[in-house]
Design a protein around this ligand. Structure first.
Ligand code: SAM
Ligand code: CA
Length: 224
């Protein structure tokens, strides 16, 4: 059983017109053979494959991580591990990437991908509800990728905030929600939650933020 609200994922998540999207993709480094395999297998064998980050966002996450060289990374919402394996590329020597997903059906597949990447020893993969698991992790994070159930984004933000290092970065994904955040109400509950989340971040004096229109919108938040 899946616990995720998938309503928006029935459509293709893409903000740019097709020709520009193609241009962006053809001018972004290609995904590695393993990421390509994960991408392909997710689309052939897994429900809601549109949730996978894909080559442009994946490369962005990798670059971000390499620029930051984080000691600890937290990812909320592993899915098939595509974004995990992008983020892990920038991890410091001796660092750890914690990643959480509630969907136990994908566990064997995902652990296999982490092994194949040769990064399994650096990745602490926890299965369960992130709301319960985050408080049990005793670590300070330099980089957080927030990409689980949209309805709980504000709760995850609150849970993570004290564990975030000074100048630590939160990247919150899908904040444009296929453009629904600017459509007239009534909004579905995910859209409503994402609007509230971005408003909260924008008004939070403890951070500075920039909303990047990458793929489905990534809110980059820096703790001051
Ligand atoms: N980060 C992945 C990527 O970019 O390839 C995609 C993650 S997908 C959009 C969201 C994931 O969040 C799903 O795999 C879902 O099972 C998980 N999820 C939903 N609710 C959750 C919860 N309460 N705790 C942990 N994971 C949850
Ligand atoms: Ca996402």
């Amino acid at each position: 059983m899946l616990f995720f609200h998938h309503s928006s994922y029935l459509t293709i998540v893409q903000l740019l017109p097709d020709d520009l999207e193609k241009y962006v993709q053809t001018h972004t480094s290609a995904e590695s053979p393993l990421l390509h395999q994960i991408h392909r297998e997710t689309y052939m064998q897994v429900l809601y494959p549109i949730m996978l980050s894909g080559p442009v966002q994946g490369q962005f996450l990798k670059m971000q991580s390499i620029m930051m060289r984080p000691k600890n990374i937290l990812e909320i919402g592993t899915f098939t591990g595509y974004s995990t394996l992008c983020l892990v590329e920038g991890l410091q020597e001796g660092g750890k990437l914690y990643t959480i997903d509630i969907n136990e059906e994908l566990e064997t597949r995902v652990r296999g991908y982490f092994e194949a990447a040769g990064h399994a020893d650096k990745i602490d993969f926890r299965i369960g509800d992130a709301l319960e698991i985050i408080p049990t992790i005793d670590a300070t994070f330099d980089l957080v990728f927030l990409d689980a159930d949209k309805i709980n984004y504000s709760n995850y933000y609150d849970l993570v905030f004290d564990k975030l290092s000074k100048n630590g970065i939160i990247l919150a994904d899908n904040v444009l929600w296929d453009g629904k955040v600017v459509q007239s109400p009534p909004h579905d509950e995910d859209t409503e939650a994402l609007i509230e989340f971005s408003k909260m971040v924008q008004n939070d004096k403890r951070v500075e933020n920039v909303l990047l229109p990458i793929r489905d919108g990534v809110m980059m938040i820096r703790k001051l």
